[in-house]
Design a protein around this ligand. Structure first.
Ligand SMILES: [Zn+2]
Length: 398
């Protein structure tokens, strides 16, 4: 009978066992070559976790995507769009092919512009394919310096309504880019009274306002080693609102809230989950304060899916106030979290409909908004229906 010590010795596996074979097999840790430093951009770890992976090719119920960008302005300067003319990012045919595969009934094109650009977008999409596309109008900031701008902008909303616009879109231009002299001078605040006739016109005409103010909170902090969106900001340095004369995230949200309070008859959909998906407690408090506030989930499943327990409770409590949305942009390959394609919709459906764990929130090799993965929240049918189409249909009166 040999004991364990003798057996290891015989196999040459015991440290200091004396034979050459023994030494080679148990090289001391300090003998291992040190790995070369790795550039963060080259790091693509593959998860070794083996858990169930669902594939959700079609949504369980027909979907209205409340937040897409099919057309954009042809001219902008320092973050301010200056032309009504539209540039189209995808043809109706190529969009409809994906829509039909994904059970996507309707796409809301938020950036429909104004005046002749709006008329053209409505004609090319909404009127040509009834029920499949809806277009929103936008303010004409190029007229901001005209003395009777408040009245003109109010009237422009009425005209846009006659031209077929279904709502008004406010980009983060208001609050972060528009200045007194349009592209220079002090920043114009979100609750500037010059926009009051515009908000009121939307309320009168039952046009919901899709409002984007602020951005992920990390964009308001230095782009350094502590920033959880370091790579994203490194890829898009112009997305940083740290320093300069930019207001804080909190100031932007407060200015927005004053608009909600002043225009209770106007319905506001605060895009990107109330622009504070890192703090659902704050979003909940504001939903409680303002009955005319709703949220869309565009480009924020990365945030929602990393707090699945909190998100699931939130969807339960505010199930009548949340709209399905992606921020989908045809051929927007430089922003994988919002590129319009089959994979993007499949990820959203998987998040809402399954209990899958630790999966990518964007169709990309490296998570584009931060180095983490997400978990599904497996919503029951009643909530899914409301989020996928019911809440948007009610607001859009379809
Ligand atoms: Zn958007």
């Amino acid at each position: 009978m040999i004991n364990r010590r003798q057996w290891l010795y015989g196999m040459g596996l015991m440290a200091g066992a004396g034979t050459e074979i023994g030494r080679a097999a148990v090289a001391a840790p300090e003998d291992k070559p040190k790995p070369a430093p790795l550039d963060l951009s080259q790091y693509e770890p593959k998860s070794m976790l083996q858990v169930h992976e669902s594939h959700v090719p079609r949504a369980k119920f027909p979907v209205i995507d409340f937040h897409t960008h099919i057309s954009v302005s042809t001219k902008s300067e320092k973050g301010v769009e200056l032309s009504p003319d539209r540039q189209y990012l995808g043809t109706p045919q190529e969009l409809l092919a994906v829509m039909d595969r994904k059970n996507l009934k309707t796409m809301v094109n938020l950036t429909g512009g104004y005046e002749k650009g709006l008329v053209e977008a409505v004609t090319k999409y909404d009127r040509a394919y009834p029920g499949r596309f809806l277009t929103f109008t936008e303010p004409s900031y190029s007229r901001f310096k005209e003395p009777d701008y408040p009245k003109l902008q109010g009237q422009a909303i009425e005209q846009a309504h006659r031209d077929g616009a279904r709502g008004l879109k406010i980009l983060k231009t208001l609050g972060l880019y528009l200045r007194e002299n349009i592209t220079s001078g002090p920043l114009v605040k979100i609750d500037d009274p010059r926009f009051d006739p515009m908000w009121d016109a939307c309320g009168r005409l039952n046009m919901p306002v899709a409002i984007h103010i602020s951005d992920p909170v990390a964009f308001f902090t230095p782009t350094d080693r502590f920033n959880e969106r370091y790579e994203e900001l490194n890829n898009h340095p112009d997305w940083s609102f740290y320093g300069g004369d930019f207001p804080s995230n909190a100031e932007l949200i407060e200015a927005r809230n004053r608009v909600f309070a002043r225009h209770p008859k106007t319905q506001f959909v605060t895009l990107h989950f109330g622009n504070f998906s890192e703090n659902l407690q704050n979003v909940a408090e504001n939903l409680d304060r303002f009955p005319n506030m709703h949220v869309d989930m565009a480009a924020r499943i990365g945030e929602l899916g990393r707090q699945p327990f909190t998100a699931r409770k939130f969807f339960d409590k505010y199930q009548d106030r949340i709209l399905f949305a992606t921020d989908a942009t045809p051929h927007g390959d430089e922003f994988p979290q919002q590129v319009f394609n089959d994979q993007l919709y499949e990820i959203y459906y998987r998040f809402l409909e399954t209990e899958d764990e630790y999966f990518d929130y964007a169709p990309a090799k490296i998570p584009p908004q931060g180095r983490w993965r997400i978990y599904g929240i497996n919503l029951p049918d009643g909530i899914l229906r409301k989020v996928y189409n019911g809440n948007a249909a009610r607001l859009l009166r379809i």
